[in-house]
Design a protein around this ligand. Sequence first.
Ligand code: CP
Length: 324
Amino acid sequence: MSAVEGGNVLPATALRGKDLLGVSELTPEEISLVLDTAEAMKEIGSRPIKKVPALRGKTVVNLFFEPSTRTRTSFEIAEKRLSADTLSIAAGTSSVVKGETLVDTVRTLEAMQPDMIVVRHASSGAAHLLSRTCRSAVINAGDGTHEHPTQALLDAFTIREHKARLSNLKVAIIGDLLHSRVLRSNVLLLTKMGARVWACGPPTLVPVDLPGLGVQVTHHVEEAVRDADVVMLLRIQLERMEGAFFPSLREYFRLFGMTSARLALARPDVLVMHPGPMNRGVEIASDVADGPNSVILEQVANGVAVRMAVLYLLAGGAEHEAVV
Ligand code: CP
């Protein structure tokens, strides 16, 4: 186990790659390493002084070309807790609005010698493009409809905290499957770790390659939810939709929305999850979102610990820095 326990770093292995671009490139052992390391990082967040010097002297740039509340703020908090020097740039306040390209923007930032760049972009593959042109470590904070690896890692961490395992759990993922990078990263991670993944949504919102990823696809929400250990709702991403994928939001909620009556088909200790932001009354009823099975705010809290773990391991983990 990689750990920061009692103020000392125990032997750890860093991630193999320079970057974290997607779950697709992580082995099950690396996923477990991140989750184990995040357990130790979570303990730091419960101390009176929530700061360790692990990334002292490192500079991290957060470059967000799309809106974000959870991911951007939790990366910033994670970086500060590890004592990194941080800088956050929103596209709207950068020279991107004057027409500068993504690559030129990042080359300009790299001239100032950052160690890591956290990037969110509307184009699938943006993080991979930067990885090829950057000396810095690149962390994908969401690229188009492709991947959102740290979201899947924090989701897995939250599930494992409650269920003590990922293998052989039934996880039902319901919502806008077509436009969701959270779906893809979660499917890749959960199937690698031995979970049974069901995906449910209207036929118009199911990616054609989904069954090939080892997922059971259904258009009947009751079938997806029945005996599930975890029910994960995905946001209807109206901003990515051109044209009508279903008749109306009211119709979507009637056919696919998570109500307490539907949730009663799942196991009594089912976890209700949502990566956020939620559309209450569309993919999830308010009493389910705020109900006793909901771990939605735990997901947010765990995002800090998991992102601390990713930053720490990409920086070399215990090989490079002592944590006091
Ligand atoms: N889950 C997620 O990525 O949320 P934000 O868009 O608020 O970062």
